[in-house]
Design a protein around this ligand. Sequence first.
Ligand code: FES
Length: 180
Amino acid sequence: MSNPHDEHESSHKPPIRKEMSRRQFLTYTLGGATAFMVGGVTLPMVRFAVDPILHKKGEGAFIKVVEASKITNEPQEFNFELPQQDGWYSSVASLTAWIRKDESGKIYALSPICKHLGCTVGWNNDKSFPNEYHCPCHGAHYTKDGKQLAVAPKPLDEYKVMLKDDWVYLGDIVANTRVK
Ligand code: FES
């Protein structure tokens, strides 16, 4: 039979300390130091490799195109350049917009890319379709607001427009907001 006094004493014995061996100490120390050095070298490389992918291709940028005072009710064609970044590849895209002021004075800009198969439309460029955008490829034509009248399945896209200090800035191309 065990003595309760012995039990009491044994429960107060100091816990056995597990000493770390010299080998374990060296393994942990060298492993930690190696991981630290490898991380220090590879993390900047990974960041360099991934960084351009994280940046969008010029999205959200607005480009200064023309003085607002030059915009009339008649659509006018303006060309401008958009710097682009695709991964590590930098380029400049040449873009065109047809810009006009509507009856309420609001300035808007249409993309000239035909919504049929992507040819380029022009304004008033076909006598059969006066005061319309016309596509020479398969005959699509559109109203001043870009509404499709034949062949094309959708209205012409619009550029986002920003007015600042009496200048018209154009941004991303979006679906037409003027045509229901
Ligand atoms: S691409 Fe314009 S009508 Fe076909």
